[in-house]
Design a protein around this ligand. Sequence first.
Ligand code: KG4
Ligand code: ZN
Length: 355
Amino acid sequence: MKILGIETSCDETAAAVIENGNTILSNIVASSIDIHIKTGGIVPENAARQQIKSIIPVITGSLTTAKCNIEEIDAIAVTIGPGLIGSLLVGVEAAKTLSFFWDKPIIPVNHLTAHIYANFIRNVPNSDYHKSFSSPLFPLLALVVSGGHTDLVFMKRHGKLKWIGGTRDDAAGEAFDKTARLLGLPYPGGPSISKAAEKYLRSQLNKKQSLRLFPRPIINENNYDWSFSGLKTSALRKVTEIKNNKGISKKEIAKLSAEVQEAIVDVLVVKTLKAVDEYNPKSFLLAGGVAANLRLREKFTEEITNNYKDLQFHVPQVSLCTDNAAYIASFGFFNNHPISWKKIDANPQLTIGQH
Ligand code: KG4
Ligand code: ZN
């Protein structure tokens, strides 16, 4: 079964053709990031304008790359939320139009739940990823860490999802983005902080170090919640102190980046593993843009290898963590519940697991 996925929730315009939920035939992403770098963040109207420009070339590109004609597409899966309304509407209306003209079923997709399905994709073109791939087993626990959301969910099977915790304020990706801005690092902050931190950590390879400068809020509370808004206040205080003292060097920025990253990674890992202790899942899945973070991947790998020998750990290929339409189509395959195009509407406020 071939599904055309369409994703336009924020600043990426993406379309992909996926076979049987796990094989990428094409995966095209047009990002308007260059425009947002200039404004230091996303201006929703600019993002929507770019979506309109890119949507047709991206959809036709995904079909051409997949060497697929319209007759071969079995269904269209489209992100209906959450996201920016102007951006969402572009993908939703395009998908509805195609569904009507091509007479194809249309599957509405929750972008947050769909992030998890990047872990179900085994065949990635020009990659031997499939060699190390194994299918996630249920029941599973999934942590979705993205730019706007941080959610921990327990899934007994496809479509049966229980939310067990999340952020009380900023999302993990937002914490990266906001502290990067304070440190004068370019948007998007996650990759910038990660790059600066890697450089610092490499320079410290043989030195014993502990990165404990910033607090780990509510790490010992008996719940699966996070709070990241205090981190930017702590970082601001530290940066101001250093600047007032003698000015801030590149090396200090790199060290602070490593400190910020470690604080975020630490609380994410500790709280998630507490949930593993309680829910005893067969597999744990990491997903969302922040799952591209190497330190987060490494720390989960270390902890699970050393202390949770029976737990399968899954994390998508780095290129599938940030927004794309491959996991939108994969979600559509495993949650194949089409509805009439007339009933499909964008919903910017959707929460994880909601339809
Ligand atoms: O899932 P995503 O692509 O978009 C949303 O649905 O929000 O996530 C984007 C977020 C941004 O906050 C970005 O800074 C963060 O993911 N991110 C990273 C890395 N790559 C992207 N954060 C930390 N380390 C990275 N390598
Ligand atoms: Zn996303």
